[in-house]
Design a protein. Structure first.
Lengths: 310, 247
């Protein structure tokens, strides 16, 4: 916990010294990517792969957009509004769909994401296919918005981690392990699952808000299922077992993505190959690899002597 | 013979799976402060009865009562909060979590909203009762089979149910473990005043610990009575060993 907080503090302070330009923009997108992947990981605590992450991210972005451009709402209201709207709609969505599990839940999330994308593009009030423009952070923070984004993402990720470590978080993992036993001691499994889902969707909504302020422009195509796929890639490459996994995965893949950007047609091939290699070489992700190396270093003196001949 | 008040009962309890009648017009009573054995050959309908009592299956016909309240058709978590908690025959624990967290889940079920401190005390008390104090920080899935069984019982007893329903808790335990587990059952009954419904194949243990025994056969009530009565019952012997024994 302390490590996580210290890491984000360092990241935020460091980002303030980068100044403007491309590097600070990368930091901004890394922060957003971390948050969406952490939201997806949070639902994985109850054992479900949430492909509706993109839908709630999109709802957050559009809510922030509407609040800022149509209602001139203050930044904090628009930012939190994105999270609150996503959470409110996810409560309804989760209540209905979390009665299903596994591939069924995944497919429903996928379908919901695509339906929301169509809703935005058919809705004139939301700008149809061309989307919304002019979603700017207040001028006072505009110049160091990356630092603001890292701080906000850090606060939300630390809060998610605090919940994960609480009694409620233990119930999430218990449901993933054996939902029948949890129900048998008198706990409403469905209620706990919906709670987990709503909290994660709030985080996804905040990530969407940050996206809207970071890009200033949003359009339906930004929030398709590909966004969930990227969140899953950050999670798998970083390692889903640890809270640091989505963070490490987002840093590596967003950086690789920016390298690939200069390759023209080779971009997608390079990026795809990087994901395949990362998943094959590190089945437990970056965090798993680091942990294994750490154990190796500690054990080495004895392990060499005791290694059986095969 | 215990003559306590009736804690839970079923009347005309029936469950059909397609054409198969797994439990048929069963009447059964569990009293306060007793250990009731539910026995019968494989396929007699013991597990189905268990699932019906705890709300995991809905009865096709008949009614269920707990503490005088009709609980027919209620959800498992609702019935559990009223004070009827069951274990499962296989893998009734969270394998990836520590023993402490396993018991904590049970305690959270019984002590909703009473704070972490109360739950931690409950965890320690339950661990002490079942002799799990020294493995609290081990991951449950890595423990030997016998201790995993005890963890399952601990999870179910952590909410302090008034009726604890145990589905074959002694399977795969060695003699020492059986002995210790039976001692824990006695303490659950005497110290905590909980009743126990015990489904078990270990006849020696059932005869030793149960106040009364109910025998199921082909989904129907075959016999009920005190252990020494059941042991000598011709119908029970025939059901277990086949009819030639009765010739």
């Amino acid at each position: 916990m302390t490590g996580l907080v210290a890491g984000f503090a360092a990241f935020a302070i460091g980002s303030a010294f980068v100044g403007g330009g491309y590097a600070s923009n990368l930091i901004l997108w890394i922060a957003v990517a971390m948050l969406s992947a952490s939201s997806m990981r949070f639902v994985l605590l109850i054992g479900e792969l949430n492909f509706a992450t993109a839908a709630f991210y999109g709802l957050g972005a559009y809510s922030a957009g509407v609040a800022t451009t149509n209602f001139d709402a203050p930044f904090v209201v628009a930012l939190l509004g994105g999270g609150v709207v996503a959470a409110a709609i996810s409560a309804l969505f989760g209540f209905v769909t979390l009665k299903t599990k596994g591939p069924y839940f995944l497919l429903i999330g996928f379908a919901f994401t695509e339906v929301m994308r169509l809703v935005y593009s058919r809705s004139n009030a939301l700008g149809g296919n061309s989307g919304m423009v002019g979603i700017f952070p207040p001028s006072a923070i505009a110049s160091w918005f990356p630092t603001v984004a890292v701080t906000i993402a850090g606060v939300v990720i630390v809060a998610l981690y605090a919940i994960e470590r609480s009694s409620l978080g233990k119930l999430f993992v218990a449901i993933r392990d054996n939902d029948q036993v949890v129900q048998s001691v008198g706990i409403s499994v469905h209620g706990i699952k919906v709670t987990c889902f709503v909290i994660a969707s709030f985080a996804a909504g905040i990530a969407g808000s940050l996206h809207a302020f970071a890009n200033n422009v949003i359009s339906p195509a930004d929030f398709g299922f590909l966004l969930s796929t990227f969140a899953l890639a950050y999670l798998k490459v970083g390692g889903e077992d640890s809270v640091f996994g989505p963070i490490a995965g987002a840093v590596l893949l967003v950086l690789l993505g920016s390298v690939a950007m200069g390759m023209g047609a080779g971009e997608h091939i390079f990026y795809g190959a990087a994901i395949v290699l990362a998943v094959l070489a590190m089945p437990k992700g970056i965090v798993g690899l680091v942990a294994a190396l750490g154990r190796q270093v500690v054990r080495r003196p004895r392990a060499v002597a005791a290694r059986p001949a095969r | 013979m215990t003559a306590g008040r009736v804690l839970a009962s079923a009347t005309g309890l029936t469950r059909r799976f397609g054409g198969l009648v797994a439990v048929s017009s069963l009447d059964i009573e569990i009293r306060e402060d007793e250990i009731l054995g539910l026995i019968g050959p494989n396929g007699a309908g013991k597990s189905t009865t268990f699932n019906l009592l705890s709300g995991f299956y809905k009865p096709s016909a008949g009614r269920l009562f707990f503490d005088g309240i009709d609980i027919t058709g209620r959800k498992p978590d609702v019935i559990s909060r009223m004070g009827l908690v069951r274990t499962f025959q296989h893998g009734s624990l969270m394998r990836s979590m520590t023993v402490r967290d396993n018991l904590l889940v049970g305690a959270l079920g019984g002590l909703r909203g009473q704070g972490r401190k109360a739950c931690e005390r409950r965890v320690d008390e339950t661990a002490a009762l079942l002799g799990l104090g020294h493995v609290l920080d081990e991951v449950a899935g890595t423990l030997p089979h016998g201790q995993q069984r005890l963890v399952s019982i601990g999870i179910a007893f952590a909410p302090r149910p008034r009726l604890l329903c145990l589905d074959e808790p002694l399977t795969g335990l060695n003699q020492t473990e059986v002995h210790a587990t039976l001692a824990a059952f006695r303490e659950i009954r005497t110290q905590f005043k909980s009743s126990i419904l015990l489904v078990e194949h270990n006849m020696k243990a059932v005869m030793q610990i149960c106040d009364r025994i109910v025998v199921l056969h082909h989904g129907q009530l075959l016999a009920s009575g005190l252990p020494h009565e059941i042991r000598r019952d011709e119908r029970v012997i025939a059901a277990y060993l086949g009819t030639r024994r009765a010739e």
